[in-house]
Write a protein that binds this ligand. Structure first.
Ligand code: PHE
Length: 349
């Protein structure tokens, strides 16, 4: 029996030595040490041995088994290391190769304009506030001196959700909200940028557009006169568009301001000579503004004897067109990447 065992040992060690990969090595393992393996069979036959021989053979088999197991383990490690090495060689990355370019988006020109306006007004001490796009009739019209049935509502016919709720037609709705929030006591300096909606859709109007609203309220003897409004708008427009543009104040009508003005800027395309963009007038209207109507102050908690102020509102798309020399408003909405990409480098400026 001893002889049989040492034969198995020799043969097995030889096979382990010759095994070319981990699969063949495993086959050897099963063949010798498995349930039906050769060495296992030997152990099973031990019943036939005499009681003196049994422990000796048992010990021998165990030693051989241990030896074989450790040889197999050694060989397995060898294979593993080799496989890893091969994998590493195959999968090396050449870090000197140029990388695949990641396409980067850029800020939309309208968002750039919003950020710039906000920075500008914050530097003049204004707060930046916001209001809901789904607005009530009360805040969009009534509290701005536009009672139900007022003819001026026709200018802003819009998307009603119910009789009471509509998509706001103007950011002026935020004026009333801010005044009420301040409780009729504190002075106000705020701007609010956001989306507005009107039932209009043609080459120069869109059903959705951006506005920026400004409101300044203070004690009557503080700087809240028409001259202050004019000065503020001059600084605002010239800083944003460029100091060479000219501003023109035209008397106009808004129910929530009295007196009211429309403010035109000299046409950026023709420089004021007259062209198709400015309808041959040399001017493009960009702002509505005026002195806050006493009724609006009263309705929103401020005493018109004590407090006064001015308000202005402007279309963001128009300002973006001026700032970047965009001659068709529709470019801003159609999201043609060739158009948008022209603004990429502005981030680094
Ligand atoms: N809300 C007005 C509009 O949408 C603009 C405006 C704002 C006019 C504030 C005067 C004062 O046309």
């Amino acid at each position: 029996m001893q002889e049989q065992i040492s034969k198995i040992k020799e043969m097995t060690l030889q096979k382990i030595q010759e095994a070319k990969d981990s699969k063949l090595l495993n086959d050897v393992k099963v063949q010798i040490l498995g349930k039906k393996g050769e060495l296992t069979q030997v152990l099973r036959g031990m019943g036939a041995l005499s009681p003196e021989e049994r422990p000796k053979i048992g010990e021998l088999v165990n030693n051989v088994r241990n030896e074989i197991e450790s040889k197999i383990k050694e060989k397995e490690e060898e294979f593993k290391a080799k496989e890893l090495q091969q994998k590493l060689e195959k999968e090396t990355i050449d870090i000197t190769l140029p990388s695949t370019k990641i396409k980067r988006g850029s800020k939309h020109p309208v968002n750039r304009v919003i950020e710039e306006i906000e920075d500008l007004f914050v530097s003049m001490g204004y707060d930046v506030v916001s209001g809901p796009e789904l607005e009530t009739d009360e805040f969009c019209f009534e509290r701005l001196n536009l009672p139900k049935g007022h003819p001026a509502r026709d200018m802003q016919d819009s998307f009603y959700i119910t009789e009471e709720y509509l998509l706001r037609t103007q950011t002026s709705a935020v004026q009333a909200r801010t005044m009420l929030a301040k409780g009729g006591k504190e002075p106000i300096r705020m701007i609010c940028a956001g989306k507005t909606y009107r039932r209009e859709d043609d080459a120069t109007h869109s059903h959705q557009f951006g506005q920026v609203e400004g409101l300044v309220i203070d004690k009557k003897d503080k700087n809240v006169s028409l001259a202050d409004l004019k000065g503020t708008l001059e600084v605002f427009v010239k800083k944003l568009i460029g100091k060479n543009c000219e501003l023109r104040f035209r008397p106009s009508y808004f129910p929530f301001t009295e007196p009211s003005y429309e403010v035109d800027v000299s046409c950026f395309k023709c420089g004021g000579k007259g062209c198709n963009l400015c309808k041959q007038t040399g001017w493009i209207e960009v702002l509505g503004a005026g002195i806050v109507h006493p009724n609006v102050l009263k309705m929103n908690g401020y005493n018109p004897e004590e407090y006064g102020g001015f308000a202005f509102g402007t279309g963001l798309e128009r300002l973006a067109m001026f700032k970047y020399g965009i001659t068709d408003m529709r470019y801003l909405y159609t999201n043609d990447v060739r158009f948008l990409r022209q603004f990429d480098r502005k981030d680094e400026e």
